[in-house]
Ligand binder design. Structure first.
Ligand code: ZN
Length: 313
């Protein structure tokens, strides 16, 4: 009988869940755990990134609905639960100087508003473990940085009975990780694999200009190559957002399984110790769910690991 521990993965836009940590989510689902994806925004301001669909009138008429449908399909493929937090995509500002963010968008919300919404979801779903993005957002999209800020604030508030008392019974998730799927180690491995096969590597320029804030401490590497096919199917379900001929699919799944069969994570805050070479997001937690639940509602928890950093990007 599988023990149903609970994992909540907080993401900025529909499709982020399929490009960051998707194989690990599918693995945990198959192992009998409960996995909930929370999408902070509806991706309303995304562009159509798949050249084959660029002029499709149905898509152009209502991209937001198309993206909801794509998310539903990806959710089914991964086998996860899903909820929309209900905020509006801020868009990726471009130009010099950058234009102001649009009124009412997620990144301009007062932090308390989305934090309360996420605290409510945490107290309802009662995750033992959460994932989000690092303090720089993983990449500097305003919604990704906001996703980090909201996730960290909600992680800290959810167990505090004095915080948002109207948003449910206190529940303290025991760990929160940053997705580091695009770790330098993985990009180097992909680059070397393509070079060894005599193929052109799109990663060469990327590695040359690797920003200092992307040098991360990967604490946890979860082997999940058996779920790469599901991950790719979920990614392709976001058909408007993914170019099937793009860089995501340059290295074959077989080659990926050989050179980098893991998804990478960085432990940010944890109430249980993070051991060297950790290979499981639930490591260190009681395997009995009742015991894990008791720990998450205990009033004597103290932080055992703090890997947080100051924002630099
Ligand atoms: Zn995104």
């Amino acid at each position: 009988m599988a023990e149903r521990l609970r994992l909540m993965c907080v993401h900025a836009h529909p499709d982020d869940e399929s490009s960051k940590g998707a194989a690990v989510m599918a693995k945990y689902v198959d192992e009998g755990h409960d996995v909930l994806v929370v999408s902070c925004t509806g991706g309303e301001r995304g562009d159509v990134l798949n050249p084959r669909l660029a002029d499709d009138p149905h898509i152009l008429r209502d991209l937001a609905q198309v993206r909801r449908d794509e998310m539903k399909r990806a959710q089914e493929i991964l086998g996860v639960d899903h909820t929309w937090l209900g905020f509006v995509d801020s868009g990726l500002p471009e130009g010099d100087p950058l234009p102001p963010l649009p009124d009412g968008c997620f990144a301009l919300e007062p932090l308390d508003v989305p934090t309360e919404a996420l605290v409510r979801e945490i107290r309802r779903f009662r995750p033992h473990v959460m994932t989000t993005y690092d303090e720089n957002g993983g990449y500097p999209h305003p919604d990704h940085i906001m996703c980090h800020n909201v996730s960290m604030a909600a992680f800290e508030a959810a167990g505090d009975p004095t915080a948002y008392p109207q948003a449910g019974e206190p529940w303290q998730p025991l760990k929160i990780y940053y997705n580091q799927t695009f770790s330098r180690g993985r990009v180097v491995a992909f680059h070397e694999a393509l070079t060894a096969l005599g193929e052109e590597s799109p990663y060469a320029a990327w590695l040359e200009n690797w920003p200092p804030e992307r040098e991360r401490v990967v604490t946890t590497r979860v082997k999940c190559d058996a779920w790469f096919e599901r991950r790719d199917a979920a990614l392709l379900a976001h058909a408007t957002q993914i170019d099937p001929d793009g860089n995501f699919f340059k290295v074959s799944r077989e080659e990926q399984a050989k050179v980098w069969p893991w998804e990478d994570y960085e432990a940010a805050l944890s109430y249980v110790p993070i051991v060297d070479g950790e290979d499981d997001l639930f490591a260190g937690l009681p395997t009995d769910v009742a015991d894990a639940d008791a720990l998450a509602t205990s009033t004597t928890l103290t932080i055992a690991h703090d890997g947080r950093k100051e924002r630099t990007a």
